[in-house]
Design a protein around this ligand. Structure first.
Ligand code: ASP
Length: 318
């Protein structure tokens, strides 16, 4: 059986490298990390890794996770500063520590210990997008208070209505990769700089196993992008896999997990997207927004293919 890799649309840039690993008999885990690394290094993607949009105080904080569907091994990092390869670091957490999730200073320490190259993740372009939203200087009389009030308003606005906060650039995003290799092993990697202007230390669904990422060889895998707090509260990635476990088709599982989100009491309810693979390696994806796509590439395909996502509206979310 030949391998397959799927990703959120912004993962197209890493898909061929990921499939190439499968073509050479490599593992699903190596494939998803290779794909994620290329997105994390892409200076044009302001939602993941290097050049990600920063938090309230202008610091880029990365979240990422990996899960190996054989034996349900998992690792993740949250609020990582100063290192770009967040998904690879999550793998080191999984392989080298008796833990699953390492955040903040601990994540940074581990990156240094394993010899990762530190990097200033904030690019001038990302800083300009961040700065543009802050029309009150921090140095005004009582400037600190004014600044804090303003950025909190911005956070609220960005969480309520992504379109309104968008300007020229989207305020949030994530990359999802799911692969199934020739041996039938499934793995998933998720990486993000999270919501721009987020409160420092805020972690979304991406580093939370079961929320933004879940993989189990026996039933399939799922990964999310969108408002992480919603996926955290509904354990969305785990739900999709569990629904397949209990007999639903991939599309039914995606639809049911999306529909569950409608029950959240959440004034900031907004877009949610899921990509998923069933245990046979069939791909699928859903979005609460119309006309969203994801990308698919098998070992037989010469190039990635962009496919439409199932549209599952969430009442109250545009
Ligand atoms: N899920 C990410 C987070 O909440 C952001 C996104 O995918 O848009 O941090």
């Amino acid at each position: 059986m030949n391998g397959i890799v799927i990703a959120s649309a912004n993962g197209a840039i890493g898909l061929e490298a990921a499939v190439d690993i499968l073509r050479h008999g490599g593992s699903a885990l190596d494939a998803v990390i290779a794909g994620a690394r290329l997105v994390e290094a892409n200076p044009e993607d302001h939602t993941v890794g290097y050049s990600g949009l920063p938090n309230l105080f202008g610091e880029v904080e990365l979240d990422a996770s990996v899960m190996d569907g054989r034996g349900l091994r998992a690792g993740s990092v949250g609020a990582l500063k100063g290192y770009q390869d967040a998904a690879d670091l999550a793998r080191h957490v999984m392989d080298e520590l008796p833990h699953v999730l390492i955040a903040g200073e601990g994540a940074k320490r581990l990156a240094a210990e394993i010899g990762m190259e530190p990097r200033d993740l904030l690019t001038p372009e990302a800083k300009a997008i961040w700065q543009e939203r802050l029309d009150q200087p921090a140095t005004a009389p009582n400037g600190h208070q004014t600044y804090l009030r303003k950025v909190r308003e911005i956070v609220r606005e960005a969480a309520t209505d992504p379109e309104a906060a968008r300007g020229e650039e989207i305020p949030h995003g994530t990359v999802n990769f799911i692969a199934r290799d020739r041996t039938g092993d499934i793995a998933c990697a998720v990486s993000t700089s999270g919501w721009a202007w987020k409160y420092p230390g805020r972690m979304g669904d991406s580093p939370v196993i079961g929320a933004g990422n879940y993989a189990d060889n026996r039933w399939g895998a799922a990964a999310c992008t969108g408002r992480g707090e919603m996926a955290q509260r509904c354990c969305t990635a785990h739900s999709v896999v569990t629904f397949m476990r209990f007999g639903m088709s991939l599309d039914e599982a995606l639809t049911t997990a999306m529909t569950d989100l409608a029950h959240l009491d959440d004034p900031y309810k907004s877009e949610m997207n899921i990509v998923a693979l069933d245990k046979e390696g069939n791909p699928g994806a859903a979005s609460s927004s119309k006309d969203k796509t994801y990308v698919v590439m098998t070992e037989e395909m010469p190039a990635p293919e962009e496919r439409p996502r199932l549209h599952v509206p969430i009442p109250g979310v545009g």
